[in-house]
Design a protein around this ligand. Structure first.
Ligand SMILES: [Zn+2]
Length: 446
């Protein structure tokens, strides 16, 4: 078993901020056509919802049996996940998570949960999380429910602690929790919601090294921003995008660590910012983050696909705004020299692209970057082999369409090999802090 860590600290996040982001209540989407039970009823009922299975257990008087200390499950807050729940006759609580869907494909995804349990203090609850039959690139994929999948709990929504899950029947996750008080938040990873980003922006907005520019709006009209740290006339530029996939919080923690580190000491920062400027799109898939989803935008788009052609601004305003911004940067002689799209998965590799043009120069740069990353950070995981190709991703699109050295960094969501521990927000913030030295070295050798 992996180690259980002490509480991490997120002192900057206040309780009022937790509720401040609770926008868009009543958002639960009806996706019933795909939400049929995975097991057929014994009566052979083919309807999408098997009523016989869903019916609560009752006693001889017809009264529903609910032998549970559970009072309520709240999901209506920033990044809270839509779900159904049911108290079973054995007292376990089944939690049916909802998939989000990609338009024009059969792909669907559920890897995220974030909800607040309200229950009798002192009680123990057993939760069974369901619906991990994801469809990824057209294939059934159960890799988000594994022996390694971790979970986080917090009494106040500020201080989080990792706990283990137990894989049941190869496709469900059991989570056991103890209620020290009436309330307990439960989340896939240490959360980073839109309210956290708003707090960070408020903290840094007036700093002389920071410029925040709105470059467009999401499908639901939320502003999309680029945060620049440093000077527009710096010799080199690095672009970082995070949170293209809503459940993958790692990138938000990394860029928060990088930003705070670069502006914390102006004398030392100048050493870095005389050499390079950092441009960050911190939360590409804001709508789905707010709604507590997993992967696709509310417009049904995978922001890490179809980069081989221009994004449709109607359904994919997130990527369309980013493309327009990149084109403007290039037009003004400010082409990024390096671009990183930060994600989470269960492995933690760098995914270099394999473009049809200038492959040798690109691969030399990427191999050099990896070497420097190993030297200055806790990264040890490795890079995908050159045979790996995932067409239409951010990396390939930026290399082939814009001539930018770009790649994808998949942070392992469950384990950091270099630190021998499960990842907390502060561990990813540390990586961000260490990245400033990586960029310094990388651009020195250009
Ligand atoms: Zn991803």
């Amino acid at each position: 078993m992996k180690n259980k860590n002490s509480l991490s600290r997120r002192n900057f996040l206040t309780k009022s901020a937790l509720s401040a982001g609770a926008v868009g209540l009543g958002l639960v989407q009806v996706q019933g056509a795909e939400l049929k039970s995975t097991e057929k009823g014994s009566d052979g009922d083919q309807s999408p919802i098997n009523i016989a299975e869903e019916k609560p257990k009752t006693n001889s008087d017809g009264k529903v049996i609910a032998p549970s200390p559970l009072i309520y499950i709240n999901t209506l807050f920033d990044n809270g996940s839509p779900l159904f729940w049911n108290i079973e006759s054995d007292g376990k609580i089944t939690i049916e998570l909802l998939y989000d869907y990609e338009r024009n494909t059969i792909n669907r995804a559920n890897s995220h949960w974030h909800f607040q349990l309200l229950a009798k203090p002192g009680s123990d609850l057993t939760l069974v999380l369901k619906n991990f039959y994801n469809i990824w690139n057209g294939y059934l994929d159960l890799t988000d429910a594994t022996e390694e999948t971790i979970c986080f709990v917090s009494e106040d929504g500020l201080n989080w602690k990792s706990i283990q899950t137990k894989l049941l029947d190869g496709q469900k996750l059991e989570v056991k929790v103890h209620m020290n008080s009436e309330s307990l938040f439960v989340s896939r990873l240490e959360p980073y919601g839109l309210s956290d980003l708003e707090l960070l922006k408020a903290e840094i907005a007036k700093h002389s090294l920071v410029k925040i520019t709105e470059i467009g709006k999401t499908f639901e009209g939320r502003p999309l921003e680029i945060i620049r740290i440093g000077h527009s006339d710096a010799p080199y530029r690095v672009f970082i995008r995070s949170r293209a996939h809503a459940w993958e919080v790692g990138g938000n923690w990394v860029v928060q660590g990088l930003i705070r580190s670069l502006i914390s000491d102006s004398f030392k920062s100048n050493r870095y910012l005389d050499r390079y400027a950092v441009y960050i799109m911190p939360m590409a898939n804001k709508d789905r983050v707010v709604r507590g989803g997993t992967r696709f935008t509310v417009g049904g788009v995978n922001l890490n696909r179809n980069w081989d052609k221009a994004a449709d601004p109607k359904y994919n305003p997130e990527n369309a705004a980013l493309e327009t911004w990149l084109e403007q940067m290039i037009k003004h002689g400010l082409r990024p020299d390096l671009a990183i799209d930060i994600h989470n998965d269960g492995q933690g590799n760098l995914h270099f692209s394999h473009p049809s043009v200038n492959l040798e120069k690109y691969m030399n740069n990427m191999n050099r970057f990896e070497k420097i990353l190993r030297k200055h950070t806790w990264y040890t995981e490795g890079a995908k082999k050159s045979s790996f190709k995932n067409s239409g991703t951010f990396g390939e699109g930026l290399v082939e369409r814009y001539g930018i050295d770009a790649f994808i960094y998949e942070l392992n969501a469950n384990w950091i090999e270099g630190l021998s521990k499960v990842p907390y927000g502060e561990d990813w913030e540390l990586l961000g802090k260490q990245l400033k030295e990586v960029f310094y070295d990388y651009f020195k050798n250009e």
